[in-house]
Each structure stands twice: as structure tokens, then as C-alpha cells.
Design a protein around this ligand. Structure first.
Ligand code: MG
Ligand code: ZN
Length: 175
């Protein structure tokens, strides 16, 4: 149980364009391409004692591009792939909604779709997180806005190798 564990800093990571390439609504593990250095970056976060959380907008569900079950299935696949490389993600949160979705079941202006901070706030409430030293990494301004709305610093990933981007951030957090 998360509640029984000691508080730790947390890294909130966007998924598409940060951990896996954003080819346009990625959902099929057979077609997923990891961002270079993603596993190494996650392993470094794990070893530094951070909770690693993924917060991802998945409006492809609302758009009817893939079933909602494909989202947790992909996340399970990601963690299996990472386990083989000594890394893991502690929790995933996704938003399947869109305010103009063709599928009525997912058509809503929700509090979880970034730039709203709902997914981050849910994780902050349900895990023992030390806010000081926690941060968000995303590849869009909506990620930065969600971080700011949750009271966390956001770092905009410009692409390239994720470990090359993240390791200096981690080093800067250490004293
Ligand atoms: Mg993204
Ligand atoms: Zn939502």
C-alpha cells in the first residue's frame, strides 16, 4: 500500500513524446517506439528514490480510435519492458475524455485532461509525495500548465534522448 510507505519526491511524466514516440495516438505495443534513453532515465529516477508517475491524455479513447482497455494494456506492456531493464513506473493515470468526443460516454470537459491538473492532484492525494523536489516533464505547453496548476515545476522536453535531458535535472536536485 502506498499509504504505508515513507514520503518521497515524485517525477510526473507525460507519456507520448516523452517516454514513447508520439506517432499519433500510440496504442498498439507492436508499433510503439521508445524514446531513446527512456529506460535509463526511469532507472535513474527509481534509483534516486523518486516515485515515477505517468500522466497522459488519451483522447484517442473518446475519439473511438481504440478501446479504453488498450490503455492499461499498453501500460502493462511498458512496465514489463522496463522490468527487463531494471526500471519501473509506479503508477499511471490517463484521461480518456474529450469535450467534443464522438463517443458520448467520454464526451466531457473533465478535470483530468491536461492542461487541467486533475491527474497530478489525484496522485498527490493518493501517494505519499514530498512536494519539494517533485516535478513534471512533458513535451507540450499543456503539460507545463498542468504542472503549474498543481503547484509543481515543469520541464519542457525538447526531444532527443530522455536520459540526456533528465540526468542533469536530477543532478541539480541534489545538494
Ligand atoms: Mg506528449
Ligand atoms: Zn478526463
Amino acid at each position: 500500500m502506498a499509504e504505508a510507505q515513507a514520503p518521497r519526491r515524485a517525477a510526473f511524466l507525460d507519456r507520448d513524446g516523452v517516454l514513447i514516440e508520439d506517432d499519433g495516438y500510440p496504442h498498439d505495443p507492436a508499433l510503439v517506439r521508445w524514446v531513446p534513453g527512456a529506460a535509463a532515465a526511469l532507472r535513474a529516477l527509481n534509483q534516486a528514490g523518486y516515485w515515477v508517475f505517468v500522466v497522459t491524455n488519451q483522447s484517442g479513447v473518446a475519439r473511438g480510435l481504440y478501446p479504453e482497455a488498450a490503455v492499461p494494456a499498453l501500460h502493462g506492456w511498458m512496465n514489463a519492458q522496463l522490468a527487463a531493464q531494471g526500471a519501473h513506473i509506479d503508477a499511471f493515470e490517463y484521461c480518456p475524455h474529450h469535450p467534443e468526443a464522438p463517443l458520448p460516454a467520454f464526451r466531457q470537459a473533465c478535470a483530468c485532461r491536461k492542461p487541467a491538473p486533475g491527474m497530478l492532484l489525484k496522485l498527490l492525494q493518493s501517494w505519499p509525495v514530498l512536494r519539494a523536489g517533485s516535478f513534471m516533464v512533458g513535451d507540450r505547453e499543456s503539460d507545463m500548465a498542468a504542472a503549474a496548476a498543481a503547484g509543481l515545476p515543469g520541464h519542457l522536453f525538447p526531444g532527443g534522448a530522455l536520459d540526456g535531458f533528465l540526468l542533469p535535472l536530477l543532478a541539480a536536485q541534489k545538494r
